[in-house]
Design a binder for this molecule. Structure first.
Ligand SMILES: [Zn+2]
Ligand SMILES: [Zn+2]
Ligand SMILES: [Zn+2]
Length: 193
């Protein structure tokens, strides 16, 4: 799930929790957003660059590798350790941090499940044929054509298409060309009909 979406959802929950948490509300809010810094830190260490743009480009690839070492703060062992420490020390701050982290990880989980099921249904519908090049592929990849700002519309199948790995990579490297988007939009309409 994109950082912007995490910010939005966390802020919504924070508003609801405000009467109970009062001034402490920023603690889970911050931890539920800052947890994704692990991706950036991993990229900075691995590629020896502090460039945020390079990291955004890396994770904006068509199918960025899902390496567990790039999501250290999301790891169940790390979260489990924090839970033990929080239970031992009975630290309110630590519990609040943990609540934010767990909220984030649950959202990521929902997101991955939704995306996988979309990929499956759209691949079956396309009969495992890439609409761009017409080749048959067992493992088509899901591409988001439109990020719906309305959360209830976020996983609507009409915002997605399936592409072969080659064409998917092309889409992500050519996103700046407007004519490309026009062509793609036409193809999406055809695929849906
Ligand atoms: Zn995440
Ligand atoms: Zn293709
Ligand atoms: Zn894509």
């Amino acid at each position: 799930m994109r950082v912007q979406e995490h910010v939005k959802l966390s802020a919504m929950v924070a508003i609801v929790a405000l009467p109970w948490l009062k001034k402490d509300v920023w603690i889970p809010l911050a931890s539920s957003v800052l947890i994704d810094a692990d991706h950036y830190l991993w990229h900075a260490v691995t590629y020896r660059t502090l460039s945020l743009r390079a990291a955004v480009r890396y994770f904006g690839q068509a199918n960025p590798p899902q390496l567990p070492q790039a999501r250290l703060l999301h790891h169940p062992i790390v979260l489990g350790c924090l839970l033990v420490v929080a239970a031992h020390t009975r630290s309110r701050i630590l519990w609040l941090i943990l609540a934010g982290l767990l909220f984030h990880v649950s959202l990521d989980l929902v997101h991955v499940t939704q995306m996988n099921s979309l990929k499956r249904t759209l691949s079956e519908k396309a009969k495992y044929i890439c609409p761009e090049c017409g080749k048959h592929y067992e493992a088509l990849q899901l591409h988001t054509v439109h990020f719906a700002s309305n959360l209830f519309d976020r996983y609507n199948p009409r915002h997605f298409i399936v592409l072969c790995p080659v064409c998917h990579e092309k889409v992500h490297s050519k996103v700046s060309s407007p004519s490309f988007w026009e062509n793609l939009a036409k193809k999406v309409v055809l695929q849906k009909e």
